[in-house]
Design a protein around this ligand. Sequence first.
Ligand SMILES: *Cc1c(COP(=O)(O)O)cnc(C)c1O
Length: 340
Amino acid sequence: MNLGRFPRVRFAHLPTPLEHMPNLSRHLGGPELWIKRDDCTGMSTGGNKTRKLEFLMAEARDQGADIVLTQGATQSNHARQTAAFAARMGIACHILLEDRTGKTDPDYTTNGNVLLDFLHGASVEHRPANPDMNGEMTKVAERMKAEGRKPYAIPGGGSNPTGALGYVNAAIELVTQANDMGLRIDHVVHATGSAGTQAGLVAGLCGINSGVPLLGIGVRAPKDRQEENVYKLAALTAEKCGCPGAVKREDVVANCDYVGKGYGFPGADTIAAIELLARTEAILLDPVYSGKGMAGLIDLCRKGFFKKGQNVVFLHTGGQAGLFGYADDFGYRNSKRLAA
Ligand SMILES: *Cc1c(COP(=O)(O)O)cnc(C)c1O
Protein backbone atom coordinates (compact mmCIF):
# COMPACT_ATOMS: atom_id res chain seq x y z
CA MET A 1 0.00 0.00 0.00
CA ASN A 2 2.43 2.59 -1.24
CA LEU A 3 0.22 5.69 -1.32
CA GLY A 4 3.24 7.96 -1.78
CA ARG A 5 3.16 7.23 -5.51
CA PHE A 6 -0.16 9.06 -6.00
CA PRO A 7 -0.18 12.82 -6.59
CA ARG A 8 -1.51 14.67 -3.56
CA VAL A 9 -1.82 18.21 -2.24
CA ARG A 10 -1.24 18.47 1.49
CA PHE A 11 -3.71 20.82 3.13
CA ALA A 12 -5.20 18.53 5.79
CA HIS A 13 -4.09 18.69 9.41
CA LEU A 14 -2.95 15.10 9.86
CA PRO A 15 -2.90 12.88 11.74
CA THR A 16 -6.25 13.81 13.26
CA PRO A 17 -6.52 13.06 16.99
CA LEU A 18 -7.77 9.69 18.28
CA GLU A 19 -9.44 10.48 21.61
CA HIS A 20 -11.25 8.62 24.37
CA MET A 21 -14.83 9.66 25.22
CA PRO A 22 -14.97 8.86 28.95
CA ASN A 23 -18.19 10.77 29.70
CA LEU A 24 -20.19 9.23 26.88
CA SER A 25 -18.81 5.76 27.66
CA ARG A 26 -19.86 6.12 31.31
CA HIS A 27 -23.26 7.54 30.36
CA LEU A 28 -24.08 4.57 28.11
CA GLY A 29 -22.48 1.96 30.37
CA GLY A 30 -21.39 -0.25 27.46
CA PRO A 31 -18.11 -0.39 25.51
CA GLU A 32 -15.30 2.14 25.79
CA LEU A 33 -16.01 4.70 23.08
CA TRP A 34 -13.23 6.44 21.17
CA ILE A 35 -13.42 9.09 18.48
CA LYS A 36 -11.23 9.69 15.44
CA ARG A 37 -11.48 13.43 14.87
CA ASP A 38 -11.79 13.87 11.12
CA ASP A 39 -13.95 16.88 11.94
CA CYS A 40 -10.53 18.47 12.64
CA THR A 41 -8.97 18.07 9.17
CA GLY A 42 -8.60 21.83 9.05
CA MET A 43 -10.06 23.02 5.72
CA SER A 44 -12.97 25.44 6.21
CA THR A 45 -14.29 23.76 9.41
CA GLY A 46 -12.96 20.35 8.36
CA GLY A 47 -14.60 17.04 7.54
CA ASN A 48 -14.00 13.82 5.66
CA LYS A 49 -14.01 15.26 2.13
CA THR A 50 -10.69 16.98 2.86
CA ARG A 51 -8.79 13.67 2.81
CA LYS A 52 -10.38 12.73 -0.53
CA LEU A 53 -9.81 16.15 -2.05
CA GLU A 54 -6.07 15.98 -1.34
CA PHE A 55 -5.88 13.28 -4.03
CA LEU A 56 -8.65 14.59 -6.31
CA MET A 57 -7.41 18.17 -6.45
CA ALA A 58 -3.85 17.03 -7.18
CA GLU A 59 -5.27 15.23 -10.22
CA ALA A 60 -7.16 18.40 -11.23
CA ARG A 61 -3.95 20.43 -10.95
CA ASP A 62 -1.90 17.88 -12.90
CA GLN A 63 -4.50 17.86 -15.70
CA GLY A 64 -4.23 21.65 -15.96
CA ALA A 65 -7.83 22.29 -14.88
CA ASP A 66 -8.85 25.95 -14.59
CA ILE A 67 -12.19 25.15 -12.95
CA VAL A 68 -13.42 22.33 -10.72
CA LEU A 69 -17.00 21.24 -10.85
CA THR A 70 -18.88 19.25 -8.28
CA GLN A 71 -22.38 18.59 -7.02
CA GLY A 72 -24.22 17.82 -3.83
CA ALA A 73 -27.37 18.47 -1.80
CA THR A 74 -27.98 22.10 -0.72
CA GLN A 75 -26.10 21.69 2.61
CA SER A 76 -23.31 19.63 1.03
CA ASN A 77 -20.16 19.49 3.15
CA HIS A 78 -18.34 18.10 0.15
CA ALA A 79 -19.20 21.14 -2.00
CA ARG A 80 -17.98 23.49 0.75
CA GLN A 81 -14.64 21.67 1.16
CA THR A 82 -14.16 21.58 -2.63
CA ALA A 83 -14.76 25.36 -2.79
CA ALA A 84 -12.13 25.82 -0.05
CA PHE A 85 -9.51 23.72 -1.89
CA ALA A 86 -10.18 25.56 -5.16
CA ALA A 87 -9.78 28.93 -3.42
CA ARG A 88 -6.44 27.93 -1.92
CA MET A 89 -5.18 26.54 -5.24
CA GLY A 90 -6.29 29.53 -7.32
CA ILE A 91 -8.68 27.40 -9.40
CA ALA A 92 -12.30 28.46 -10.03
CA CYS A 93 -15.09 26.34 -8.52
CA HIS A 94 -18.60 25.76 -9.79
CA ILE A 95 -21.16 23.83 -7.76
CA LEU A 96 -24.46 22.23 -8.73
CA LEU A 97 -26.68 22.19 -5.65
CA GLU A 98 -29.52 19.70 -5.72
CA ASP A 99 -32.73 20.52 -3.86
CA ARG A 100 -32.86 16.97 -2.48
CA THR A 101 -34.99 17.78 0.59
CA GLY A 102 -37.46 20.44 -0.63
CA LYS A 103 -36.73 22.47 2.54
CA THR A 104 -37.43 26.21 2.14
CA ASP A 105 -36.21 27.50 5.54
CA PRO A 106 -33.81 30.38 4.72
CA ASP A 107 -31.19 28.94 7.12
CA TYR A 108 -31.20 25.77 5.06
CA THR A 109 -31.04 27.52 1.69
CA THR A 110 -28.51 30.27 2.54
CA ASN A 111 -26.72 29.63 5.85
CA GLY A 112 -24.30 26.88 6.99
CA ASN A 113 -22.41 25.29 4.10
CA VAL A 114 -24.11 27.51 1.50
CA LEU A 115 -22.74 30.63 3.20
CA LEU A 116 -19.26 29.09 3.11
CA ASP A 117 -19.54 28.10 -0.59
CA PHE A 118 -20.08 31.76 -1.41
CA LEU A 119 -17.42 32.97 1.05
CA HIS A 120 -14.85 30.83 -0.77
CA GLY A 121 -15.89 32.45 -4.05
CA ALA A 122 -17.60 29.47 -5.70
CA SER A 123 -20.39 29.98 -8.24
CA VAL A 124 -23.58 28.00 -7.70
CA GLU A 125 -26.35 26.62 -9.93
CA HIS A 126 -29.47 24.97 -8.53
CA ARG A 127 -31.24 21.81 -9.67
CA PRO A 128 -34.45 20.15 -8.56
CA ALA A 129 -34.12 16.69 -6.94
CA ASN A 130 -32.51 14.39 -9.52
CA PRO A 131 -31.15 10.86 -9.09
CA ASP A 132 -28.57 11.48 -11.84
CA MET A 133 -26.77 14.59 -10.61
CA ASN A 134 -23.41 13.28 -11.87
CA GLY A 135 -24.99 13.11 -15.38
CA GLU A 136 -26.26 16.67 -14.92
CA MET A 137 -22.72 17.72 -14.00
CA THR A 138 -21.26 16.03 -17.10
CA LYS A 139 -23.57 18.19 -19.25
CA VAL A 140 -22.28 21.34 -17.55
CA ALA A 141 -18.67 20.15 -18.04
CA GLU A 142 -19.35 19.68 -21.78
CA ARG A 143 -20.82 23.19 -21.93
CA MET A 144 -17.68 24.57 -20.29
CA LYS A 145 -15.35 22.68 -22.64
CA ALA A 146 -17.24 24.12 -25.62
CA GLU A 147 -16.54 27.57 -24.14
CA GLY A 148 -12.81 26.79 -24.07
CA ARG A 149 -12.46 26.06 -20.36
CA LYS A 150 -10.68 23.12 -18.75
CA PRO A 151 -13.08 21.69 -16.19
CA TYR A 152 -12.26 18.86 -13.76
CA ALA A 153 -15.45 17.17 -12.56
CA ILE A 154 -15.54 15.61 -9.11
CA PRO A 155 -18.39 13.15 -8.51
CA GLY A 156 -20.79 13.70 -5.58
CA GLY A 157 -19.00 13.21 -2.25
CA GLY A 158 -15.66 12.86 -4.06
CA SER A 159 -16.42 9.13 -4.15
CA ASN A 160 -14.34 7.45 -6.81
CA PRO A 161 -11.14 5.37 -6.46
CA THR A 162 -8.95 8.50 -6.42
CA GLY A 163 -10.95 10.16 -3.63
CA ALA A 164 -11.18 6.90 -1.66
CA LEU A 165 -7.36 6.85 -1.43
CA GLY A 166 -7.80 9.46 1.30
CA TYR A 167 -9.56 6.88 3.44
CA VAL A 168 -7.12 4.09 2.63
CA ASN A 169 -4.60 6.46 4.15
CA ALA A 170 -6.92 7.20 7.10
CA ALA A 171 -7.21 3.45 7.85
CA ILE A 172 -3.42 3.11 7.98
CA GLU A 173 -3.19 6.27 10.13
CA LEU A 174 -5.83 4.99 12.58
CA VAL A 175 -4.27 1.54 12.99
CA THR A 176 -0.82 3.11 13.46
CA GLN A 177 -2.16 5.43 16.18
CA ALA A 178 -3.87 2.54 17.95
CA ASN A 179 -0.64 0.52 17.78
CA ASP A 180 1.32 3.41 19.29
CA MET A 181 -1.24 3.78 22.10
CA GLY A 182 -1.49 0.05 22.72
CA LEU A 183 -5.20 0.23 21.93
CA ARG A 184 -7.01 -2.87 20.67
CA ILE A 185 -9.76 -1.66 18.32
CA ASP A 186 -12.74 -4.05 18.30
CA HIS A 187 -14.90 -2.10 15.84
CA VAL A 188 -14.93 1.11 13.80
CA VAL A 189 -18.27 2.84 13.17
CA HIS A 190 -19.06 5.83 10.92
CA ALA A 191 -21.78 7.42 8.77
CA THR A 192 -21.81 6.16 5.18
CA GLY A 193 -23.36 8.03 2.22
CA SER A 194 -21.77 8.27 -1.22
CA ALA A 195 -19.58 5.29 -0.18
CA GLY A 196 -16.05 6.66 -0.66
CA THR A 197 -15.22 6.84 3.03
CA GLN A 198 -16.28 3.28 3.81
CA ALA A 199 -14.76 1.94 0.57
CA GLY A 200 -11.38 3.53 1.30
CA LEU A 201 -11.43 2.45 4.95
CA VAL A 202 -12.34 -1.16 4.17
CA ALA A 203 -9.72 -1.33 1.40
CA GLY A 204 -7.11 0.01 3.83
CA LEU A 205 -8.14 -2.13 6.82
CA CYS A 206 -8.20 -5.30 4.67
CA GLY A 207 -5.11 -4.32 2.66
CA ILE A 208 -2.98 -4.20 5.80
CA ASN A 209 -4.67 -7.29 7.31
CA SER A 210 -5.73 -5.28 10.37
CA GLY A 211 -8.56 -7.64 11.30
CA VAL A 212 -10.56 -4.58 12.43
CA PRO A 213 -14.27 -4.84 11.52
CA LEU A 214 -16.01 -1.77 10.09
CA LEU A 215 -19.67 -0.78 10.29
CA GLY A 216 -21.19 1.97 8.15
CA ILE A 217 -24.40 3.58 9.39
CA GLY A 218 -26.42 4.50 6.30
CA VAL A 219 -27.92 7.96 5.79
CA ARG A 220 -29.80 7.44 2.52
CA ALA A 221 -29.90 4.14 0.59
CA PRO A 222 -31.27 0.82 1.85
CA LYS A 223 -28.73 -1.74 3.15
CA ASP A 224 -28.41 -3.92 0.02
CA ARG A 225 -27.80 -1.00 -2.29
CA GLN A 226 -25.43 0.74 0.15
CA GLU A 227 -23.30 -2.37 0.67
CA GLU A 228 -23.19 -3.04 -3.08
CA ASN A 229 -22.08 0.56 -3.80
CA VAL A 230 -19.38 0.38 -1.14
CA TYR A 231 -18.17 -3.06 -2.24
CA LYS A 232 -17.83 -2.05 -5.91
CA LEU A 233 -15.86 1.07 -5.04
CA ALA A 234 -13.76 -0.77 -2.43
CA ALA A 235 -12.76 -3.41 -5.00
CA LEU A 236 -11.66 -0.72 -7.49
CA THR A 237 -9.83 1.16 -4.75
CA ALA A 238 -7.95 -1.94 -3.52
CA GLU A 239 -6.95 -2.66 -7.11
CA LYS A 240 -5.67 0.90 -7.53
CA CYS A 241 -3.55 0.40 -4.38
CA GLY A 242 -2.03 -2.81 -5.68
CA CYS A 243 -4.13 -5.15 -3.50
CA PRO A 244 -6.69 -6.61 -5.92
CA GLY A 245 -9.10 -8.97 -4.18
CA ALA A 246 -8.16 -7.72 -0.69
CA VAL A 247 -11.79 -6.84 0.14
CA LYS A 248 -14.34 -9.65 0.43
CA ARG A 249 -18.03 -8.95 0.05
CA GLU A 250 -18.62 -9.88 3.70
CA ASP A 251 -16.11 -7.24 4.85
CA VAL A 252 -18.60 -4.59 3.71
CA VAL A 253 -21.31 -4.11 6.33
CA ALA A 254 -23.85 -1.29 6.51
CA ASN A 255 -26.72 -0.83 8.93
CA CYS A 256 -29.39 1.36 7.31
CA ASP A 257 -31.96 1.24 10.12
CA TYR A 258 -31.29 4.85 11.15
CA VAL A 259 -32.10 6.71 7.90
CA GLY A 260 -35.47 7.78 9.35
CA LYS A 261 -37.55 10.04 7.09
CA GLY A 262 -34.80 10.12 4.48
CA TYR A 263 -31.61 11.88 3.45
CA GLY A 264 -31.25 15.28 5.08
CA PHE A 265 -34.05 14.82 7.62
CA PRO A 266 -32.74 14.39 11.18
CA GLY A 267 -35.16 12.42 13.38
CA ALA A 268 -35.61 12.79 17.14
CA ASP A 269 -32.88 10.17 17.70
CA THR A 270 -30.39 12.20 15.64
CA ILE A 271 -31.20 15.44 17.46
CA ALA A 272 -30.85 13.59 20.80
CA ALA A 273 -27.47 12.15 19.74
CA ILE A 274 -26.19 15.60 18.74
CA GLU A 275 -27.33 17.06 22.08
CA LEU A 276 -25.81 14.17 24.05
CA LEU A 277 -22.37 14.55 22.42
CA ALA A 278 -22.44 18.32 22.83
CA ARG A 279 -23.36 17.98 26.53
CA THR A 280 -21.12 15.06 27.53
CA GLU A 281 -17.99 15.47 25.39
CA ALA A 282 -18.45 19.00 23.96
CA ILE A 283 -18.14 17.53 20.48
CA LEU A 284 -20.27 18.90 17.64
CA LEU A 285 -21.93 16.42 15.28
CA ASP A 286 -24.03 17.28 12.22
CA PRO A 287 -27.73 16.67 11.44
CA VAL A 288 -27.27 14.77 8.13
CA TYR A 289 -24.38 12.34 8.66
CA SER A 290 -22.39 12.15 11.88
CA GLY A 291 -25.50 12.75 14.04
CA LYS A 292 -27.27 9.82 12.36
CA GLY A 293 -24.17 7.67 12.61
CA MET A 294 -23.90 8.44 16.31
CA ALA A 295 -27.64 7.80 16.82
CA GLY A 296 -26.98 4.34 15.37
CA LEU A 297 -23.94 3.75 17.56
CA ILE A 298 -25.82 4.84 20.71
CA ASP A 299 -28.77 2.58 19.92
CA LEU A 300 -26.46 -0.38 19.19
CA CYS A 301 -24.69 0.19 22.53
CA ARG A 302 -28.03 0.27 24.36
CA LYS A 303 -29.15 -2.93 22.63
CA GLY A 304 -25.93 -4.70 23.66
CA PHE A 305 -24.60 -5.14 20.10
CA PHE A 306 -21.33 -3.66 21.40
CA LYS A 307 -20.28 -5.03 24.78
CA LYS A 308 -18.62 -3.76 27.94
CA GLY A 309 -14.85 -4.24 27.67
CA GLN A 310 -14.79 -3.65 23.91
CA ASN A 311 -13.16 -0.60 22.33
CA VAL A 312 -15.30 1.00 19.64
CA VAL A 313 -13.95 3.89 17.54
CA PHE A 314 -16.43 6.33 16.01
CA LEU A 315 -14.99 8.08 12.98
CA HIS A 316 -16.23 11.68 13.19
CA THR A 317 -16.65 12.67 9.55
CA GLY A 318 -17.36 16.35 10.31
CA GLY A 319 -20.24 18.46 9.02
CA GLN A 320 -20.69 20.91 11.92
CA ALA A 321 -21.18 23.80 9.50
CA GLY A 322 -24.45 22.10 8.57
CA LEU A 323 -25.79 22.75 12.09
CA PHE A 324 -26.38 26.37 11.11
CA GLY A 325 -28.49 25.29 8.15
CA TYR A 326 -30.66 23.17 10.46
CA ALA A 327 -31.17 25.47 13.47
CA ASP A 328 -34.93 25.09 13.09
CA ASP A 329 -34.80 21.33 13.72
CA PHE A 330 -33.55 21.82 17.28
CA GLY A 331 -36.66 23.58 18.56
CA TYR A 332 -34.73 26.11 20.68
CA ARG A 333 -36.48 29.09 19.11
CA ASN A 334 -39.13 30.30 21.58
CA SER A 335 -37.77 27.69 23.96
CA LYS A 336 -38.10 28.06 27.74
CA ARG A 337 -34.37 27.36 27.91
CA LEU A 338 -33.85 30.93 26.68
CA ALA A 339 -35.65 32.34 29.71
CA ALA A 340 -34.29 29.90 32.28
C1 LIG B 1 -20.02 13.07 3.00
C2 LIG B 1 -20.13 12.87 4.44
C3 LIG B 1 -20.22 11.58 5.01
C4 LIG B 1 -20.31 10.33 4.19
O1 LIG B 1 -19.14 10.02 3.52
P1 LIG B 1 -19.23 9.25 2.14
O2 LIG B 1 -17.85 9.08 1.71
O3 LIG B 1 -20.06 10.13 1.23
O4 LIG B 1 -19.94 7.96 2.38
C5 LIG B 1 -20.26 11.45 6.38
N1 LIG B 1 -20.22 12.54 7.17
C6 LIG B 1 -20.16 13.79 6.67
C7 LIG B 1 -20.17 14.93 7.64
C8 LIG B 1 -20.10 14.00 5.30
O5 LIG B 1 -20.04 15.25 4.82
